[in-house]
Write a protein that binds this ligand. Structure first.
Ligand code: C2E
Ligand code: MN
Ligand code: MN
Length: 437
């Protein structure tokens, strides 16, 4: 299995640029022999390194890196399966950030692309790795006080603490009948009548760029009935297979509308984990419908994910290895939020409506949103604010750094279609100024 690993560490010595390049040229050779790709950033104090390659080889290398005495405070930031490597040439592209690479270099996407090209990395800004690197270049992941210093100071002040250092749903019958069979037959009930599953599509908008960043497919009955009422009519024994199979209809709808953005679909975690070939099914449907895998995003609510954490983690690894993205939905609505995030970092985090509602007047909501935005920025996670119903909410969220919004104020879900978007007036004025200038 191909993986990507990112760590940051603090250098024990100040490296001269030339010495650094000579040193990295040496381990570039070894990486080449082992088919490891990656890059190293150095800012005079801290290193950040991205490594990509076969899991066992990268893990073995990382185990050696951790005990290397030339650096300390090694912190693992990401270790995830990937469908392909992101570096076409470099075994250790090295960048000394004192050498003119500062945040100004990243201030436009064209410059960012150029910078990635220099490092031999594909400028895939949607990918978490590139964004973690960006966070590093913009000054994150440096500790104001090195951990060891803090410890010795703290040790003087306080006495040392000793030692401180589901039921499986059988799919065979449905599969042989073909998932494309009438859902009525597939699900063994008549809630959906003669037709396939229906969906309402709701855009998630990137307001600064005035574009649709993704579209969420929300399950509906043939007359636009709610997801709850559709799911309530599905017999429990085929609930998960129905939930999974209906996603083929969502992908087919998006493909038939020729959407050129990401498609988000909702799944019960059990639909993912109780069916061993769920990921294969999604991959096969994307291929059949010519829908790019990296434009499919699976949303799972935090509440549900936490109750099946191990099986869920396994399913997520498989989704990532295939290139499909993962989102935590309704973040903030459940109770497990932070412990879930400590265990598992999604590509996207969707802030629940209840946190967004009246955020412009609520101090606690503002403090929560600010800290989540910072957390997500450091870890390359995209933040989406759900349930934006008022201009003031959008304005405040935008000022706090949120860039993607979903809510009635922009567009209500459209039955089997992408509805028109009510762009805020401010944006048309901005657009006019941009095109005039
Ligand atoms: P969700 O995934 O959080 O989807 C967003 C819900 O918020 C949608 O409700 C949408 O219509 C609603 N919404 C969007 N903007 C606003 C707003 O500004 N204000 C308010 N008050 N609501 C807004 P919907 O379509 O009724 O879906 C409810 C839930 O049903 C979804 O919540 C999702 O968890 C679930 N669901 C939908 N489709 C599926 C599916 O295919 N499979 C599964 N397992 N669950 C689904
Ligand atoms: Mn959702
Ligand atoms: Mn939601």
């Amino acid at each position: 299995m191909l993986i990507q690993l990112i760590y940051r560490s603090r250098s024990c010595a100040a490296w001269q640029t030339q010495a650094l390049l000579t040193w990295t040229a040496d381990f570039a050779l070894r990486n080449q022999e082992q088919n490891i790709f990656g890059m190293l950033l150095y800012d005079g104090d801290y290193f950040m390194q991205v490594l990509e390659g076969q899991a066992d080889v990268v893990d073995a290398l990382y185990a050696r890196i951790v005990v290397d005495t030339r650096h300390t405070d090694v912190v693992l930031l990401l270790r995830d399966p990937i469908p392909h490597t992101h570096f076409d040439r470099w075994h250790v592209g090295t960048l000394d950030m004192r050498d003119g690479c500062d945040s100004r270099l990243l201030s436009s996407s064209a410059r960012w692309k150029h910078w990635c090209t220099t490092l031999g990395m594909q400028a895939d800004q949607g990918h978490r790795a590139t964004r973690i690197v960006e966070a590093f270049v913009r000054g994150r992941w440096r500790d104001p006080v090195p951990a060891v210093t803090w410890f010795s100071d703290a040790a003087q002040a306080v006495p040392a603490v000793p030692g401180s250092r589901s039921a499986v749903v059988s799919l065979a019958a449905h599969r042989s009948a073909g998932w494309q069979a009438e859902p009525q037959r597939l699900a063994g009930h008549d809630v959906l009548g003669e037709t396939r599953a229906h969906f309402a599509l709701q855009p998630i908008v990137h307001t600064r760029d005035q574009r649709i960043s993704s579209v969420e497919a929300l399950l509906r009955g043939p007359q636009g009935e709610s997801p709850q009422s559709v799911l309530a009519g599905v017999p429990p024994e085929v609930m998960y297979s129905f939930d999974l199979y209906s996603k083929a209809d969502a992908i087919a709808l998006a493909a038939s509308l020729r959407l050129d953005c990401t498609l988000s679909v909702n799944l019960l975690p059990n639909s993912l984990v109780s069916q061993t070939d769920a990921v294969d099914f999604l991959v096969a449907q994307c291929q059949r419908l010519h829908w790019p895998l990296n434009r499919l995003l699976v949303e799972v609510t935090e509440e549900e994910a936490i109750t099946h954490i191990e099986a869920f983690r396994h399913a997520v690894q498989r989704l990532r290895a295939s290139g499909i993205q993962v989102a935590i939905d309704d973040f903030g609505a459940g109770h497990a939020g932070l412990s879930l995030l400590a265990e598992f970092q999604p590509d996207t985090l969707k802030l629940d409506k209840r946190i967004i509602q009246n955020v412009h007047t609520s101090g606690p909501r503002q403090a929560i949103v600010r800290s989540i935005v910072e957390f997500c920025f450091c870890l390359g996670i995209t933040v989406v604010a759900e349930g934006v119903e008022r201009r003031e909410e959008w304005q405040w969220l935008h000022s706090a750094g949120v860039r993607r919004f979903q809510g009635y104020w922009f567009a209500r879900p459209g039955f089997q279609c992408v509805p028109a978007i009510a762009w805020p007036d401010e944006l048309s004025a901005l657009q006019r100024r941009r095109s005039a200038g």
